[in-house]
Ligand binder design. Structure first.
Ligand SMILES: Cc1cc2nc3c(=O)[nH]c(=O)nc-3n(C[C@H](O)[C@H](O)[C@H](O)COP(=O)(O)OP(=O)(O)OC[C@H]3O[C@@H](n4cnc5c(N)ncnc54)[C@H](O)[C@@H]3O)c2cc1C
Length: 387
């Protein structure tokens, strides 16, 4: 038996013994997602136990090195871990912007001290992070951002405003793009980390069409940020920001799901017989496309791990994955008929279909719009003239 097969058996045995039954159920609503952080309210004892037992083994971030809270798994071992979680239908023990976005950026650009400190907190689910990139007037054109950090010797004083900051009102800390040199557009931005409880930080939730308020306007009024809370070099935060965006786009592309989300045709037809031949054909086509997307994701991930990934691949993944997810929810709505539009009833689980459908409309905006992704693909992958 190969080492990897032995490893798979060990992981399978460990999961069977340690993953609580409640954590093997599909995620039904936001409460089922464990975000961690100082103010997180666990939905039940099983959610807390699952986080703790995984964090103790480094399984919340299995492919991070052990000194930074991970399990030190190789790429192949991490894949086995994901497959075994999926086999059991187990929920991820922890979901966080720290894991998906800040962590990879710290691994590449952080000092040793920052890695040990911040990555450990992320791995244990102690600190919840939000992303302070977009500003009113600086979304796609992010490099035009105006939030300013004035140099005061041993600290900066930050003033300005961010917008669309997901979960800013729930986050403990923010990773934030701040202009530290007004004379240089690209090389005048620094990547700062600071506590959302710092004096001068305030948030104002923004209401979405789904009826939820998952993001905020975020204001900085003379916020003091110590100099050791910069990641990377002064005025070179754009390099860190771009690297992090690649990981964000990969994360968002995962909404495409593919085979990990199971067959859409099967799940929709369980809810009622599907008589409409056009809808049946659309569902079959969707399932085929989702499987193709999943295979493409695996291939890209393998290429990245061995250093052969194209730097613009995350843009392609983000475009394909989010367009697929939007299609998925259009089909769910079409199959559900007028009942799928129910908004508040118990039978519709608080209007979960309609709210999820409306939420997908943002997929092709957040993390960079589909139009911007297509622009990058035209230029950097297809090398089209005039792009
Ligand atoms: C659900 C959600 C969560 C978000 N969370 C966060 C967060 O946590 N932190 C954060 O910092 N930001 C967040 N954002 C903001 C997101 O990154 C921006 O909305 C996005 O980058 C687009 O910027 P904008 O909204 O300013 O639109 P604009 O940049 O003003 O774009 C408006 C329109 O113009 C088009 N356009 C712009 N430039 C080009 C171009 N060069 N070529 C072709 N078309 C173009 C766009 O495609 C779009 O259709 C979030 C957004 C959403 C929807």
């Amino acid at each position: 038996m190969s080492d990897l097969e032995n490893f798979r058996r060990e992981i399978r045995t460990w999961l069977e013994a340690n993953c609580p039954a409640e954590m093997r159920e599909p995620v039904k609503d936001e409460d089922d997602v464990c975000w961690g952080g100082r103010n997180f309210h666990f939905k039940n004892a099983a959610q807390k136990a699952w986080l703790e037992v995984c964090a103790a083994k480094g399984y919340t971030v299995p492919d991070w090195p052990k000194p930074y809270g991970g399990a030190g798994f190789s790429a192949a071992e991490a894949k086995v871990w994901r497959e075994e979680l999926a086999r059991l239908g187990a929920r991820p023990p922890l979901s966080s912007f720290g894991i998906w976005m800040l962590g990879p950026a710290l691994l590449k650009f952080g000092t040793e001290e920052q890695k040990v400190h911040y990555l450990g907190q992320i791995a244990r689910g102690e600190i919840r992070w939000c992303q302070g990139y977009s500003e009113p007037g600086s979304g796609s054109d992010l490099v035009s951002l105006q939030t300013f950090g004035e140099d005061k010797g041993d600290h900066w004083v930050v003033n300005g405003q961010k917008i669309w900051t997901s979960y800013a009102d729930k986050a403990d800390w923010i990773f934030c793009l701040v202009r530290t040199d007004k004379t240089n557009k690209y090389q005048g931005i620094s990547f700062l980390l600071f506590d959302m409880a710092s004096p001068g930080v305030s948030t104002k939730p923004i209401l979405l069409i789904s009826g939820n308020s998952p993001f905020c306007e975020t204001f900085f009024d003379n916020v003091s940020v110590p100099k050791n809370q910069i990641v990377g070099e002064l005025n070179r935060g754009w390099d860190v920001a771009k690297y992090l965006l690649g990981h964000e786009r990969e994360m968002i592309s995962a909404t495409g799901g593919g085979d990990r989300a199971g067959s859409l045709g099967a799940s929709v037809s369980r809810a009622g017989a599907l008589q409409d031949p056009v809808l049946r054909a659309d569902l079959a086509q969707f399932d085929v496309d989702a499987l193709a997307f999943s295979a493409m994701s695996e291939k890209f991930m393998d290429e990245v791990k061995v250093g052969r990934g194209h730097p613009a691949q995350p843009n392609m993944m983000k475009y394909a994955g989010t367009e697929l997810n939007k299609r998925r929810l259009e089909l769910v709505m079409a199959a559900g008929g007028s009942a799928a539009l129910e908004w508040d009833s118990e039978a519709s689980n608080g209007g979960s279909h309609a709210r999820n459908w409306l939420r997908t409309k943002a997929n092709s905006i957040e993390g960079g719009t589909s139009e911007v992704m297509l622009g990058v693909i035209s230029k950097r992958i297809l090398d089209l003239p005039g792009a």
